[in-house]
Design a protein around this ligand. Structure first.
Ligand SMILES: NC(=O)c1ccc[n+]([C@@H]2O[C@H](COP(=O)([O-])OP(=O)(O)OC[C@H]3O[C@@H](n4cnc5c(N)ncnc54)[C@H](O)[C@@H]3O)[C@@H](O)[C@H]2O)c1
Length: 374
């Protein structure tokens, strides 16, 4: 009989829904998982709709109090999908209750919070994981392999941009992600946290590839908007940020996050340039990773030099076993990164291993975001 891991998801917004779907997908995607994950309890504040919300997302139970949920010994994992300013308090309580924790990015709303979280979990033997879902896309796994194989040589520079157009409509109400008191900052803590993490992930989390210093220029495109209540609201956080970053190894590059970019959808790109080769990832074209081999023969008549589009589709490069749904030849979609993220995390819960990304990865991202703000 398979071990059952019971999860409580906190928050039923965009990510609560995404995590519920991704966890439900695990049993359809992977045939030989040695465990099953049960959507045990949905934690939501709305007493009137709680039962219906739990039913709609496939949970057996609901709770309208986070603290009550923690008292239930059946719950193994607390999956935090609430606004950023709640993460620290929820993590503190879940650690005290002895639960495994999966936390959406960012870990905290400041470096001090991330440091506090790291000391809370110090010496605890539970599984504390972050959701930086883009790490789990097949083309990113492939990019990481190419860097590990040394195919890029010495890293010279990089460029990463995460662009949305969601803030370009001045009539759109500002939500909590536009409010630094809840989000921690603006787009830096939202899209920017993915940018910092993905660079660190692809380069291999090594000390030499850590960011040493940054020069950041924030931008507010719309000084006022309507707030959540429809009344005029003064923008209090950056809507775009442009960062020049230097790594310990000397490589220099740019990191950009913006929600005021007309024409963008979920435009996340990462380019890395080394002495022996270059890589280009584009989330809008996730079936391909572009690789330039500077050692390829350049003659006669150009030889084999030039960017190669390496097909990645849903091939998981032996890091994760073959997925049956979607199949290995299937084009990749955004949700797949989340499904793979869930498999990675719950496998660590099952095996008692430290997940990657871990809370330490989350704390690093907080540290760099703070550098960008100062
Ligand atoms: N990895 C990704 O791709 C990704 C994408 C978007 C958001 N996020 C992160 O996920 C988290 C949630 O973001 P979202 O987009 O789902 O936000 P959201 O606003 O869509 O949902 C948040 C939910 O939390 C609920 N909530 C607020 N306070 C609560 C409380 N005390 N107890 C229970 N529920 C409470 C709200 O009612 C809402 O349903 C954030 O940390 C965000 O940064 C990650």
């Amino acid at each position: 009989m398979k071990k059952t891991i019971n999860v409580a998801i906190v928050g039923k917004g965009a990510m609560g829904r995404t995590h519920s779907a991704s966890i439900a997908m695990l049993k359809y995607s992977f045939e030989d998982l040695p465990f099953e994950v049960k959507l045990h309890t949905l934690v939501t504040r709305n007493k009137e709709t709680a039962r219906a919300d739990a039913d709609a997302l496939g949970f057996e139970n609901y709770a309208t109090s986070f603290e009550e949920m923690l008292k239930n010994p059946e719950i193994d994992v607390v999956d935090i999908c609430t606004p950023n300013n709640l993460h620290l308090d929820e993590i503190r309580k879940a650690v005290e209750a002895g639960k495994h924790i999966l936390c959406e990015k960012p870990l905290g709303i400041s470096k001090a919070q991330a440091d506090e979280i790291m000391s809370l979990i110090d010496g605890k033997d539970k599984c504390y994981g972050m959701v930086f879902n883009n790490r789990h896309l097949p083309c990113i796994m492939r990019a990481k392999q190419i860097v590990e194989e040394g195919k890029l040589g010495r890293i010279l520079s990089f460029r990463s941009c995460y662009r949305h157009s969601s803030g370009t409509d001045p009539e759109k109400n500002a939500g909590w992600k536009q409010n630094k008191d809840i989000c921690g900052a603006g787009v830096l803590f939202d899209l920017g946290s993915h940018v910092i993490d993905l660079l660190s992930c692809v380069l291999g989390d090594k000390e030499e590839n850590r960011i040493k210093e940054v020069k950041a220029v924030p931008q507010i495109g719309f000084e006022t908007r309507k707030g959540a209540d429809g009344k005029e609201w003064k923008t209090n956080a950056e809507e775009a940020i442009y960062v020049i970053a230097t790594l310990n190894c000397g490589a220099v590059g740019t990191l950009e996050a913006t929600k005021i970019c007309v024409g963008a959808n979920d435009d996340f790109t990462l380019e890395i340039f080394g002495t022996d080769g270059s890589l280009k990832f584009d989330l809008m074209q996730p079936n391909y990773l572009e690789f330039y081999d500077n050692k390829a023969q350049g003659t006669p008549v150009g030889g084999y030099k030039g960017y190669t589009k390496i097909e990645c589709v849903n091939r998981l490069n032996d890091i994760i076993p073959d997925s049956v749904l979607p199949g290995m030849r299937a084009p990749i979609g955004w949700l797949q990164g989340h499904v793979n993220s869930m498999r990675n995390y719950f496998m660590c819960v099952y095996e008692g291993k430290t997940p990657s990304p871990s809370f330490a990865d989350g704390a690093y991202v907080n540290e760099i975001m703070e550098l960008c703000l100062n």
